[in-house]
Design a protein around this ligand. Structure first.
Ligand SMILES: NC(=O)c1ccc[n+]([C@@H]2O[C@H](COP(=O)([O-])OP(=O)(O)OC[C@H]3O[C@@H](n4cnc5c(N)ncnc54)[C@H](O)[C@@H]3O)[C@@H](O)[C@H]2O)c1
Length: 311
């Protein structure tokens, strides 16, 4: 979609992770006049193979840290807009060692918005629904752009802190920034530590799937490509200062996502060593603790792809 904001060069941070590369591929495919510079520190979660094969005259990878103010300023100076995906993202890791989460997610965001403010460059910030925390499982409520932030882990609180910095920079300095808050993504190139890839590799390896609580956690699931197209629309058509929720009306609990993984693997003719669907369900059903997290939210953008398929 073409709106008022024309782009020639964009800086995408975290473009070697999961959601970042999907966005880079989306831009290369759908917006042929745009050059993308990827800034990525290549942490354990980053892999340059995730953007391999893209044309070299369209995509440049710079290996570096979003907290490196001089590097960030040099790159922002060459960009029409910045899309900030880079983050530490794994909840369990954030509990074991919160320091890199505060450093990258808070200081990294500060470094980027300072450069964008000084150079008057358009900034788009990628946030997560986890900043809202949980709702009771039986609650009909849905999160909106006005919902209060109730982050519950070092990961989600560091993301919430970063969002607050962006909002303050908009109000105080007039930073031309938008924020998007997206639900759980699924799709190719996701790190194996995350829920769906972990379930799939466990199934392949014959390892018992692990669920938190009784598996009745409900999350909205959106394909990473739909996240990408929504981000592009917000970047080019969004109003500075606004926060946009991105979702797919694809609410599923973990218990029902798990058989989808099993079914997909079965449909692909893969051998499930020692871990048939029935056994997976038995393991999951035995767990008893109820926990709750429901994401809804108004869609700023119409998502055409069906949500995670039920098999
Ligand atoms: N994956 C999801 O379901 C989801 C949902 C909503 C929002 N988000 C947000 O999208 C963004 C990307 O998520 P993801 O799942 O792709 O994460 P990821 O962990 O797969 O990738 C993160 C990337 O950031 C890079 N990185 C980390 N620290 C860096 C630093 N200091 N400097 C430069 N690069 C650094 C890593 O090398 C990696 O390539 C995050 O901000 C996350 O909060 C993700």
């Amino acid at each position: 979609m073409a709106c008022g904001f024309a782009l020639n060069n964009i800086l995408v941070t975290g473009g070697c992770g999961f959601a970042g590369p999907a966005f880079v591929r989306h831009v290369v495919r759908e917006h042929t006049g745009v050059h993308v510079t990827v800034l990525d520190a290549l942490t354990y979660a980053g892999n340059p193979q995730n953007i391999a094969g893209l044309p070299r005259d369209r995509v440049e990878l710079v290996v570096g840290d979003v907290c490196d103010a001089r590097l960030v300023r040099d790159l922002v100076a060459k960009a029409d807009a910045v899309v900030h995906f880079a983050a530490e993202t794994h909840n369990d890791r954030s509990i074991a060692d919160p320091a890199p989460f505060v450093k990258t997610n808070v200081e990294g965001t500060y470094t980027l918005i300072e450069a964008c403010r000084q150079l008057d460059v358009r900034y788009h910030h990628i946030s997560t629904d986890e900043v809202f925390g949980d709702l009771p499982l039986d609650s009909p409520a849905r999160f909106t752009e006005e919902s209060p932030y109730r982050p519950s882990s070092p990961y989600s609180s560091s993301k919430a802190a970063a969002d607050m910095l962006v909002r303050a920079w908009v109000r105080t300095y007039g930073l031309r920034a938008t924020i998007s808050i997206c639900s759980n993504n699924y799709g190719p190139y996701q790190h194996v530590e995350k829920f769906i890839p972990r379930q799939i590799t466990n199934l392949i390896d014959g390892v018992r799937p692990k669920l938190y609580g009784d598996g009745r956690h409900v999350r909205d699931w959106i394909h990473v490509e739909d996240h990408s197209s929504a981000v592009w629309q917000i970047l080019t058509c969004g109003t500075a200062g606004e926060t946009y929720l991105i979702g797919a009306d694809g609410e599923r609990d973990n218990l029902s996502v798990l058989p989808s993984c099993c079914g997909r693997l079965g449909a692909m003719g893969m051998i499930l060593t020692g871990c048939a669907t029935e056994r997976v369900m038995t393991v999951a059903m035995r767990l008893t603790v109820l926990s709750c997290a429901v994401l809804g939210g108004r869609l700023p953008i119409r998502i055409s792809r069906p949500a995670l398929p039920i098999l």
